[in-house]
Design a protein around this ligand. Sequence first.
Ligand SMILES: Nc1nc2c(ncn2[C@@H]2O[C@H](COP(=O)(O)OP(=O)(O)OP(=O)(O)O)[C@@H](O)[C@H]2O)c(=O)[nH]1
Length: 706
Amino acid sequence: MTEHGTHDAAQQRPAWALSAWMRVGVLCVVLATVLPMLFFLERFAREAVERQAGEALNQVAWQMRDALDRGMWERYIEIRLLAGREAIRDGRRHPAEARAALEQLKTNVPEYAWIGLTGADGKVQAATGGLLEGADVSQRPWFAGAQQKAFVGDVHAALLLEKKLPKQAEPWRFVDVAFPVEGKNGKFQGVVGAHLSWTWAEKLNKQLIEPRGEVLKADILVLRADGEVLLGPQEMRGSKLTLESVRRAQQVDKGYRLETWPDGQRYVTSFVRTRGHGNYPGLGWIVLARRHEAVALAEYKTLQLQIGVTCATTGVLVLVFASLLARRVARPLEALSEAVMQLATHPGKGEIPELRDYREASVLSCALRDSLQAEVRLLAELEQRVDDRTSALGEANRHLGLALAERAAAELTARESEEKLRTIADNLPVMIAYLDESRCYRFNNEAYGVFFGLPVAEITGRRIASLLDEQARQRVEEHLDKVFAGEEVHFENSVMQSEMERTLACSFIPHANAEGKVVGVYVMAQDVTLRKALERQLEQRALQDELTRLPNRRALFDRLPQAMARADRWDKPVGVLFLDLDGFKKINDTMGHEMGDELLRQFAARLQAAVRQTDTVARLAGDEFTVLLESLAMGADHAQDVARKIISAMQQPFQLGSTPVVMTTSIGIALYPPRAGISPDELLARADHAMYEAKRAGKNQCRYAA
Ligand SMILES: Nc1nc2c(ncn2[C@@H]2O[C@H](COP(=O)(O)OP(=O)(O)OP(=O)(O)O)[C@@H](O)[C@H]2O)c(=O)[nH]1
């Protein structure tokens, strides 16, 4: 492994070790498991303790309610029974007996503070202790209320009896129970009423709470139906409570709840409403039993602490266990990673340890050991292959270098050769070019530029057709078609160049590739305009007599067969006049050769003027001339007329310098009738012979060949 690789590995290495990850993982699992459990457990414990406290208070409140209802019911029954007793019903006549009956009940039930019997007018007839006897109580609610049916009066303060009853720590308060008393005739004859001392209720309270002693630590409150405290802590008596538990009790609900009282403290409060008993309807008192939160939920606090301690202990134990487990699991892996790092930092030094801690670590260490051995082998193979490849590459580079050098040399040579070839081509007086398959110039020598009047660079790349006029282009395209078909062509082409017709002698040679396909055309063209003009001139000269500018003998023998052919075709004879000057030698001899020439030129001109334009006048040689007459309508006669006309024309003297000279001519006439079957030589020989006949006959005349 390279240093770079080691650096990367170190950079990518996780910041935490596996053991740390495991510890954190276990902690997270523990927290994720325990915390919700703790939450629900704590909530459950609180609710359970709260319920337990509430239900205990319920028991107390319900007992108090039942005791109140039962106690009141007993008083209610006692007074009712009392009202029915004979001694009471007959009390008006026997007050002492009535008083005795009242006293008996008060003795049996000490909670009664006073029991009295009134007459129908409201005057007390008999009473316990003789108190208020003779007094008028007709205005008291219990008397008024008990006129027709039973009356139960709520707790109230003592009025008339306060001063007559024995003194006590607290003012007297009564609950009234009264029944109407009927006479034997069934008529209302008075009321028997009892004042039940409220201390009765306080005794009930003590009987209920005291046995439970310090354990319960609860307060019992008895409230009037409107919420006024009748029984309870001294400081609260007479005040009205507006607690939720009171409101719910007024709605004939019962239960318990944790709520804040006017003193700012929180209490578990149980609430219930009295409901009467038997035919005693009840006064709707509300019984509250309360217990301070700290006391009521003391068990919960203890439980909370125990849960906390248990969880914390469990958590610590789990962490310790997780830590030990993590170390156990991570130790072999750390050993492996240390070994791997060592090998990465110092290849070849150290080895992968053999681990037996647990199966996965053993498998991993074996696999790494095998992998390392394989890597070492592979590395050795790779190094060998790299060495082999390096030497092969070195050899290949050497060959490549040589090849490149050779190629560079060859290219240099080729470039030099190309430059030489171009120099040669540019200095040749012929146009040399190369066309590619699209018939565009790929190479042009300097002669092209000269011919077309353009820089060579502007010609190369253009289509050949773009440089030519319409006619020349058509001819070139036709020839190129042949060349691309594999044929070599040579032709002459006329090209209009600078408003002059120029003639190019062209050679198109196909360039075939290895497969035989024509891929280009070598073009060689030579401007032969001058040569052609010269040739035409020479040709013309060959047919012309230089002295007289008349057609010469060769021209005559060129035209005569053609004229004879036309005679055959048109069926009109051809006449030949053979002329020879008479005594011309003498002119040369006497006047000189120059004058002789002058005479010949004047004779030729006069002869030319004497015949038609269409007739051919030729000088055969020396002083011999011929006239070729075509389309002779009259045949021999016509020819003779022309001969005589010529003889006549020559009668006038010729002016040689200042000397007039008369020069006549002898003419032989030969006629060629159509399809006569004679040759031009024979026809001319006949005319020549006829001319000699004219000479012999005296000259200056004509003779017709027989
Ligand atoms: N000046 C001149 N003389 C020529 C030319 N060609 C031929 N002659 C001469 O022309 C003469 C022709 O002579 P001939 O036709 O034999 O004789 P002639 O004097 O005409 O006699 P006849 O023909 O019998 O009338 C010769 O003396 C030639 O030397 C020429 O081109 N110029």
